[in-house]
Design a protein around this ligand. Structure first.
Ligand SMILES: [Zn+2]
Ligand SMILES: [Zn+2]
Length: 812
């Protein structure tokens, strides 16, 4: 028997798979029989082409590989492609550091990561590879942008935006995590700029309501999306500025507390602020406050002690005509609601803190139905259905939910407000002031305004420029020859848009392009897309819950309405993998504990790395890499190697229906069920390990050879190279083309029976024995039990009854 040498085995099979294009899956002949064959579309979130494959990739793509192999062998027509999210900051920043061009860096990284993927032996259809920075791809990103533009779903407006001072570009709300840039961690700043947006808010209801199509998504992702969209029922209520009559609309989810509004707050960016104070004694102080808050980040604004500045003006509360002071305070954000609030300090914590600080009246207007009258000055917000209104004029005494409705009706009758639905979701800010991105296909013409680049002039190719370092405005603006062009509508001079698209636009539709990657007439053929999609299994990190996963759903809905595809949701089933720490700590270069999967693949083989990556624990939880654990897997594969060679020397007889044969069948059932139904990838490995132990204990069992073949077959999705090699040792054919083993139902029964032992009619013991164990043996086993002895201890038997396979009854 040769020694297990993963290096030569893995190179050999990788060569076979590459030259034979073993995992290439052509599109079905639509309309022919194979279009009706069950299909399965497996997609992992596409990687940024950083130079090195890291553990996150290894986990993600090994999960995808296991599912791909399993489904292929179960008879599905499985598509499993790969591509690169190649535009964006990582490549551009790397290029700036090295002094190269982002395209050069990107191409080099793609070549390197592709090579490393081959080295891991993943079963990818390389015939469908795409790169989002390829003009043949981004031509269609631009084409889709123009369809959005035609429908009013892409538009430009001046708005307060989040600015990353480090990356020198704006960010989408979704890219700001607790006030910091999602990519580089820098604290973001506020700016007012003219930017491009996608009108994702128009799809807020569909994004919420169509979650019912996502039964196989993790609950936490659905909850995060639901909270991010933040739909709430409430009312739009119009306050007016005393004196001028200017309207001040607010959105509130608690119209039942309107009588408790004792002050009014405008965000510092609210356009009315300067107008309200102009020429007044408060002007200097208020404008100074506005200036100071502009420098604060959103975190500072939300976290710090609430402060503000009084404008000297008053607002009229529509329900009771009271004049309440108007303040400017930065705990109110312009980006949410109307940028103005009615403040109800008795029932809102932030309003309460503010009122206490500035000595503003705190008036309770709801109280628990069974509680005491609340004291003014206290704050509570039970938000329960059991509250009743107090101090609320004609509405006093009404239960809160009814009070809400009646007050809104009252406002509607008088034209002072209306029932409405509010959302937390904002439009998606898609333009970036960076070079390495997809150009926005729009021209600016002095007489025609924003003009779309005609379809036949796509793609608008990203020009080569010498200096692409960000300086706060798009580096493309410096490419004057490129910027200057002719308006296709009036023939006059026009200028190209110089901002580029956020990379999240590129990745919002790539999973459909895979199905038809060479189409040069359309982004994809509708019939082909409809055959493959929705994606049956999507795999990626939970960090994309309100970024990519929300954007892709939005894009799909729009593409559906454009008639490009018939599905409404892109991903039927989603799996979020966990994070891998190393030897107890988060991996980081500074700690020097980064585990490079390829280093271990060189020493132990890719199979060992693949198996261990999934063996560490439940793949949807965080897992810790331990070198000793990896060595354990290495020893297991060596044991499998020896067992397979030993068994290959034995005659292949019928396995029979003994214990080991049953054990093998139960293992088949467990592995299949754990992966397909329970998303559990570590337990199947443990089950195969136990089966191999069992074979080692009973090498002469008539089923040992069958059990060995089963173990090799079941481990194939995890360790495809060594499994392939051992399959050849045990018999004929190629394992990756073999049908997945099926468990025989009658072999799944545990091969033991339970015998109840009674003493004087009471159950004292349960024995587990092989079926058909003889009466004498059963009686001897019963009497050998300590529990039984405790009740018969030396006494004489009046009667003993033995029912085979069921019962031993002793009467003393
Ligand atoms: Zn940043
Ligand atoms: Zn024009």
């Amino acid at each position: 028997m040769e020694r297990y040498d993963p290096t030569s085995i893995e190179a050999k099979w990788q060569q076979v798979w590459a030259t034979e294009r073993s995992f290439h899956v052509p599109n079905p002949d639509l309309g022919a029989a194979d279009a009706r064959a069950p299909k399965s579309y497996v997609v992992e979130m596409l990687p940024y082409p950083s130079g090195d494959l890291h553990m996150g990739h290894t986990l993600n793509y090994t999960i995808g590989d296991v599912i791909t192999h399993l489904r292929r062998r179960r008879g599905f027509n499985v598509l499993r492609p790969m591509g690169y999210d190649a535009f964006g900051l990582p490549a551009e920043n790397a290029a700036i550091k090295e002094g190269g061009h982002p395209r050069t860096v990107t191409e080099r990284n793609i070549a390197s990561i592709r090579e490393q993927m081959h080295r891991m032996g993943w079963a990818i259809d390389w015939g469908r590879e795409i790169s989002t920075s390829d003009p043949e791809y981004y031509r269609w990103t631009q084409w889709l942008f123009l369809r959005f533009f035609e429908r009013g779903l892409a538009y430009r407006k001046e708005a307060p935006v989040k600015w990353c001072p480090n990356d020198q570009t704006v960010l989408a709300n979704e890219q700001v995590i607790d006030g910091h840039c999602e990519r580089c961690g820098a604290e973001v700043e506020a700016k007012s700029l003219t930017q491009w947006f996608f009108r994702i808010t128009q799809y807020a209801d569909e994004l919420l309501d169509e979650m019912e199509l996502l039964e196989q998504w993790p609950d936490r992702v659905l909850t995060m999306q639901r909270n991010w969209i933040g739909r709430s029922k409430g009312a739009r209520v119009t306050f007016r500025v005393e004196g001028s009559g200017e309207e001040l609309p607010v959105f509130t989810t608690r119209p039942d507390t309107l009588f408790g509004a004792t002050f009014f707050v405008l965000a510092p960016e609210h356009p009315l602020v300067s107008q309200l104070v102009v020429g007044s004694e408060h002007e200097a102080e208020v404008l100074d406050y506005v200036r100071r808050t502009a420098a604060r980040s959103e975190v500072e604004r939300e976290g710090k002690e609430k402060d503000g500045s009084f404008t000297g003006r008053y607002a009229i509360n529509p329900v009771n005509s009271e004049s309440i002071p108007i303040w400017v305070a930065d705990y109110v954000l312009m980006g949410y609601g109307t940028g103005a609030i009615m403040a109800v300090p008795a029932h809102d914590e932030r309003d309460h803190a503010f009122a206490e600080r500035y000595g503003i009246e705190i008036r309770a207007v709801v109280r628990p139905a069974d509680g005491d009258e609340p004291e003014d000055g206290g704050a509570f917000s039970a938000h329960s259905a059991d509250e009743v209104l107090v101090n609320s004029g004609e509405f006093t005494g009404l239960p809160s939910p009814e009070g809400k409705e009646r007050i809104v009706e009252w406002l509607e009758e008088r034209g002072l407000g209306e029932a409405t639905i509010g959302y937390r979701l904002r439009d998606w800010l898609l333009s970036r002031q960076r070079y390495w991105g997809c150009p926005i296909p729009i021209l600016h013409c002095a007489s025609c305004g924003e003009v779309p680049v005609p379809n036949d002039q796509l793609p608008v190719v990203l020009p080569d420029i010498a200096d692409y370092v960000p300086k706060g405005r798009s580096p493309l603006a410096a490419a004057e020859d490129w910027v200057r062009t002719t308006c296709p509508q009036c023939g006059g001079p026009a200028q190209r848009e110089t901002d580029t698209m956020d990379t999240f636009v590129d990745s919002s539709w790539y999973y459909i392009r895979y199905t038809d990657p060479n189409n040069d007439a359309l982004p994809f053929d509708r019939r082909i897309a409809d055959y493959w999609l929705p994606v049956n299994q999507y795999i990626g990190g939970v960090e994309h819950a309100v970024l990519h996963l929300l954007y892709a759903r939005f894009f799909t809905k729009v593409m559906n309405e454009l008639g490009l595809c018939s599905f409404r949701e892109p991903f039927a089933r989603l799996f979020n993998q966990g994070m891998i720490t190393a030897r107890g700590a988060k991996m980081s270069k500074s700690k020097g504990n980064v585990v490079n999967p390829l280093d271990f693949a060189d020493r132990y083989g890719a199979d060992t790395v693949r198996v261990y990556t999934l063996f560490m624990g439940p793949a949807d939880e965080d897992m810790d890499w331990q070198d000793t654990g990896l060595e354990g897997v290495w020893r297991f594969l060596n044991r499998l190697w020896r067992v397979a060679h030993e068994q290959a020397a034995r005659p292949a007889g019928g396995p029979g229906d003994g214990a080991l044969a049953r054990r093998a069948h139960r293992t088949i059932a467990k592995v299949t069920d754990d992966i397909e139904r329970r998303f559990s990838f570590h337990t199947p490995i443990a089950a195969v390990m136990e089966l191999v132990n069992e074979i080692q204990r009973n090498p002469d069992d008539p089923a040992a050879r069958f059990a060995t073949e089963t173990a090799v077959s079941l481990i194939q999705p995890y360790a495809p190279h060594v499994a392939e090699e051992l399959w050849g040792v045990l018999g004929e054919g190629r394992l990756w083309e073999q049908p997945w083993p099926e468990a025989a139902a009658d072999m799944l029964v545990e091969d033991v029976v339970e015998i109840v032992v009674q003493v004087n009619g009471k159950v004292r013991e349960r024995l587990h024995v092989a079926p058909g164990t003889g009466d004498e043996t059963l009686l001897a086993l019963a009497l050998a039990s300590e529990k039984v002895q405790a009740h018969v201890g030396g006494k004489e038997f009046r009667k003993t009854i033995v029912v085979p396979d069921r019962l031993v009854s002793l009467v003393v």
